[in-house]
Design a protein around this ligand. Sequence first.
Ligand code: NDP
Ligand code: OXD
Length: 310
Amino acid sequence: MAILFSSTSDNAAAWHEAVGRQMPDETLRVWPDLGAPEDIEFAIVWRPEPGLLARLPNLKGILSLGAGIDHLTGDPTLPRHVPLVRLIDPSLTAQMSEYVVLNVLRHHRRFDDYRRLQEARRWAPILPAPDTAQRRVGVMGLGVLGRDALAKLKPFGFPLRGWARRPQEIAGVETFHGAAGLMPFLGGCDILVCLLPLTTETQGILNARTFAALPRGAAVINAARGAHVVAGDLLAALDSGHLSGATLDVFTPEPLPTDDPLWAHPRVTVTPHIAALTLPATAAALMAESIRLLRAGKKPHGLVDLTVGY
Ligand code: NDP
Ligand code: OXD
């Protein structure tokens, strides 16, 4: 039996080495070198070719190379009876929180405005001095990533709030949930961070209506999925001055086409889906453990409930 590795962005050689170290007795096949489809017992994947997983009759587990699984659930042929495990890796979580803290502070300290002042060679402190106690930060999605980001923002003294699907309690964070809680939540977000999974319910959730619900001058950070944002609505909210800035790590499509207006917008920061990158060394060890548990008929950490969609 063998493990299949198929990714559109992860380094196959690095994964070959990491799997060899963590699972020395396993045979790794790197797509498109599939071999006999019936040999494949587990698949380690990121955006596999649609239909590929359905062709593997003896598949016992699908291991996502990322925390998100929307790159799999979009394939109507996904074998939904096969256990699907998403990546919950402390190194991924730590990177995401770094990205969130960095960009919350950048918006809070108005570094985009200071960049423009520098370009104009203007020495012009922006007053009044920034006060974290007056800057409310809200996180959409209170899962593994949202909770860690909030915990790491806490020492700075920002009033914190969060929104999830179900009621959540987090010390020091005002929480909201469900459709009824969305508008009250947004009304108190001077900086909004999106860390939601992409589902039919969350697609396009950052749109004209939700931007209008944010206080004037709010900034938006989206490190979740591009399809959460209606890009035209974002550009309109920035151009009208309702939003002061946006930091975007994810796009539809990726890579962001070179002629997309987001690239050149003076109030938008673009990063190429790097908020949290999967590291072969840590992720392969976690996947080895998931494979061991699946073979033993046990539930691995990160087993996805496909009926919920994330
Ligand atoms: P989790 O599954 O741990 O958390 C998801 C959170 O979103 C939960 O709090 C859940 O609510 C909430 N949620 C889901 N659906 C809704 C809804 N309809 N309304 C309100 N809240 C909702 O996910 P992670 O924190 O691990 O990851 C989040 C996402 O981040 C991933 O799906 C991925 O898309 C993205 N990501 C991006 C990366 C990047 O590099 N840019 C890297 C890694 C992840 P509840 O608690 O009630 O269930
Ligand atoms: C992920 C990602 O889902 O990198 O982990 O986007």
